[in-house]
Ligand binder design. Structure first.
Ligand code: UDP
Length: 364
């Protein structure tokens, strides 16, 4: 069935891949809202409608788009730990208050909401062998560790959506993304930059510029990485199964791609050599979490996701760890000159918060 899909936060990493995926399939009308369409630039312009707007300042645009949609996908969030510790109230306002407002508009106009949440809602729980949507407990650090405002805000949003679902006034599906990886992930940074984008972008920047690869707290924590194409296919499964996904929460990740951050660094060094035939120009340097992200940072050693629930709807991740990172790295190596020119054009790359607060990032 042909539907109108409104994607709020379509200009980020996850959103731009979602738009590309939907345009490839060509089944639906795609309407995008974001501050910027930089990452959408290579896509066919006639395939989608783009509204350049800051959802915080353009409630009329948001309401009009939601009113006309059949399905609303909400990707809007700051997803950068530096911001959690330096601007926690901005995180609360955007990630919780603003998203609640979007959910209220979906209720008011009777629209299905697909809300992107985060694997962070499990916090630092280590209970069990993997994180299960409906069985795992969540454990967070002390309030003084401001980092947790992101996770707690996301969890509260889920709890409120769930309550509205139970009350019968909202139809929703919540997606908990586990470390999606692909091209267009965040932005590159100058050598030695700390606390900016997510780990893949940091490591890729180091490989392209010869800067150090920083291992935060020794890179001992685990993450399970998912190829962005597998993430697109998960989204499609949820989109296509409105009844079975109704008022449900799904982990979207690949438990088979579980590694420590140190192992990831070694893998990316190896892949760089295999893909370019050159020796990787960077060294591994250990830094503390507070040094890298700022006071109030605390990390979690994350368990891999239990994906039984989404598998029961027919989805399964297909790309292994090597393929996932080789594909993402190949994009940057093929576009090396353009990517480095973009980085140089930013001058001396601004600090993480200045830059990030001007962008709406997709959660992951
Ligand atoms: N990290 C790192 N070096 C970097 C950037 C990140 O060691 O240059 C670590 C970070 O401390 C965390 C992990 O990599 O333990 C994943 O960080 P990311 O921001 O990508 O994702 P999240 O923590 O949200 O899973």
């Amino acid at each position: 069935m042909h539907v109108n899909i409104a994607i709020l936060g379509a200009g980020g990493f996850v959103g731009s891949h979602m738009v590309e995926h939907l345009l490839r399939r060509g089944e639906h009308e795609v309407v995008c809202v974001d501050l910027t369409d930089e990452k959408l630039k290579g896509l066919p312009h006639n395939g989608y409608t783009f509204h350049r707007a800051d959802v915080r300042q353009a409630p009329d645009v948001v309401e009009r788009v939601i009113e006309r949609a059949d399905v609303v996908v909400d990707l809007i969030a700051y997803a950068n730990p530096s911001i959690y510790v330096t601007a926690p109230l901005a995180v609360f306002e955007l990630n919780f208050m603003q998203n609640l407002e979007i959910a209220r508009l979906c209720m008011c106009h009777g629209k299905r909401l697909i809300q992107y949440s985060s694997a962070e809602v499990y916090g630092k729980a280590r209970d069990g062998s993997c994180f299960s949507e409906d069985r795992s407990d969540s454990t967070f650090g002390p309030v003084r560790k401001q980092r947790w405002i992101y996770a707690v805000g996301k969890l509260l949003l889920e709890q409120v959506l769930y309550a509205h679902g139970m009350a019968g006034d909202l139809v929703f599906t919540i997606i908990r993304p586990f470390n999606f990886v692909g091209s267009r992930l965040d932005y590159l940074v100058a050598p030695g930059t700390m606390g900016g984008p997510r780990v893949f972008a940091h490591f890729m920047s180091a490989l392209l510029t010869g800067g150090p690869i920083h291992l935060v707290d020794g890179g001992r924590v685990h993450r399970a990485f998912l190829h962005i194409e597998d993430a697109n296919e998960a989204f499609q499964t949820i989109l296509d199964n409105p009844d079975r996904a109704r008022n449900e929460i799904f982990n979207v990740g690949n438990p088979a791609n579980n590694v420590t951050i140190r192992e990831l660094a070694v893998l990316m060094l190896e892949l760089y050599e295999a893909l370019t035939g050159e020796k990787a120009p960077c060294e591994l340097v250990e830094v503390s979490g507070e040094e890298f992200y700022g006071a109030g940072y605390e990390d979690a050693d994350r368990l891999p996701p239990d994906i039984t629930k989404l598998k029961s709807l027919g989805w399964e991740p297909k790309r292994d760890l090597r393929t996932t990172f080789a594909d993402a790295m190949a994009y940057y190596l093929e576009n090396r000159e353009r990517e480095l020119a973009n980085l140089r054009a930013q001058g001396n790359v601004p600090d993480a918060v200045t830059r990030s607060s001007g962008h709406v990032y997709a959660a992951a």
